[in-house]
Structures are given as C-alpha cells and as structure tokens.
Design a protein around this ligand. Structure first.
Ligand code: SF4
Ligand code: SF4
Length: 251
C-alpha cells in the first residue's frame, strides 16, 4: 500500500507510486501467502507523517524523508504570526518540538537547528506554507513492524537510514534489498511467524548478516535509541566504521 503522496500532498519526499509499482511488479509471484511462512507487507509513506502507518503495520516500510535543511519562508512565518499571534506559535510550534531545536527570534523570524531536527513533521504540519521539507530527498527503510501475533506489537527497525530513489539503479537497490529480505524470511521464519518476530528470535545482527547489510549506528530501534551498542570487538568495529566513513568521503 502507499499513501496518496506526491499526487496530492505537499509534504511528500518520494515518488510513492513508482516505489509501489516497482515492488508490486517484482513480487507479484509472492502475493500468495502459502509460498511464504506467513504474510509479508510493504507500505510506502511519502514523509515521516507516515499516513500509511507503515512503521507499525508493515514488514517492510519505505518512508520519505530529507537530509538537508528544511525550507523556511520567513515572510510566511511573519504572516502566520500576524494572523495567529506570537504566543500561539510559542505554545503550539516551538515548545512542542520534541528536540527543542526551534528558536523564535524577537524580529519574528524562526531558526531551526537542523542537525537536531528529528523530522517529526509537527512544525511542518502546523505551518505548511512557512515550513517545508528540504531538497535532498530520499527514503528510510524499516523492517519488522507488525501487530500482535506470536509476540506483541513491534515497530519497524531502521535498517537503511537514508537512500536516494531517483535513478533506475536506486530503485534496483531497493528491490534487491526487499528480495534478500523475502528470501531470508522464506528460508528462516517459522510457520506463521512474521518478519519482526523472526528478527526478535534470531537477533538483529544475524538478520543483517543474512541480508548482507552492514551494521550502522544510525539503525534506530526505538526513538533516541540505537540498536547497536556492541562491546565485543569494539575497537575493531570502530576502526571498520571510520574506514567506511573515510572511503565514503573519498568517493
Ligand atoms: S505520509 Fe506524508 S506524503 Fe504521504 S499523504 Fe501523509 S503527509 Fe502526505
Ligand atoms: S520537524 Fe519536529 S523535530 Fe524538526 S524542527 Fe519541526 S518540530 Fe522540531
């Protein structure tokens, strides 16, 4: 499933329908559940508002986001304050920012500390004319969300913090990861077990090794919690991490 996204929604950071089309076209043969241990759902939401409830209700969630600074139209900020009042903006926008990263200045301009913005979408939803997602758009991929079954409700874990989806190669990477995930699920899940339950049972590290994804400290399991605090082999893993960062910077 996919939200209406870019077709009608100003918050969209992705081409939801292209994503859905690529996935449906690739996995049509897997639509019949008996071929797999149990159901496997894809959901696509164009922005972190997640109107599809993809994080909670899909095994493989694709959620649009941006990694540069959000866009601020200071004239629209002033117009909003003129209409609603300064106190309204303080009570309903800046003081409700979960990471406290917005400042309303004396001259009625707004500053955002983008490095600390967690893309919760609250301010953009309240002031859609003044604030909008940045230009460097892409998606975050989360795996393992589901409602209650063998174990209680699970939200998806961030497996790929950010990936651009612009070229045919980008879409191929997405489909390849989905394909690896479904293959691993088909081979390793117990009867009537969802992907998230399988991951809980075998451990996230084993799952990542199985689908060929490198561990990354940006893989969030709960808000403000990294999935990975590994103390075994710490120095070697840290060395690998810095090496990968240096290689990425050089390329
Ligand atoms: S998830 Fe975001 S892009 Fe999709 S409909 Fe909701 S607000 Fe719009
Ligand atoms: S999107 Fe959320 S975290 Fe980011 S500045 Fe707005 S309210 Fe704060």
């Amino acid at each position: 499933m996919s939200c209406v996204g870019a077709a009608r929604c100003e918050q969209s950071c992705a081409n939801e329908h292209a994503i859905q089309r690529h996935l449906v076209n690739t996995f049509t043969d897997d639509v019949h559940r008996p071929a797999l241990p149990y159901k496997f759902k894809f959901k696509v939401s164009g922005c972190p508002n997640d109107c599809q409830n993809a994080i909670e209700r899909s095994d493989f969630a694709v959620i649009g986001t941006w990694r540069d600074d959000m866009k601020i139209d200071q004239a629209e900020i002033k117009a909003f304050i003129d209409k609603k009042g300064r106190q309204y903006v303080i009570d309903n926008v800046t003081s409700r920012c979960p990471s406290n990263c917005m400042t309303l200045n004396d001259d009625d301009t707004l500053d955002v500390d983008n490095h600390n913005c967690v893309r919760c979408m609250h301010c953009l939803n309240v002031m859609p004319k003044a604030l909008s997602p940045g230009d460097d758009k892409g998606v975050t991929l989360l795996i393992g969300g589901k409602r209650t079954l063998k174990i209680g409700d699970l939200m998806g874990t961030v497996i790929v913090p950010f990936i651009k989806l612009e070229t045919a190669d980008d879409y191929e990477k997405l489909v390849d990861l989905a394909s690896e995930t479904i293959d691993f699920f088909a081979e390793n899940a117990l009867e009537h077990e969802r992907t998230g339950e399988m991951i809980e049972r075998i451990g996230l590290v084993n799952f990542l090794e199985g689908i060929g994804v490198e561990v990354d400290p940006n893989m969030v399991s709960h808000p403000r919690q990294s999935s990975y605090i590994r103390m075994d082999g710490w120095d070697e893993e840290a060395e690998k991490w810095f090496q990968r960062k240096a290689e990425a910077a050089a390329s």
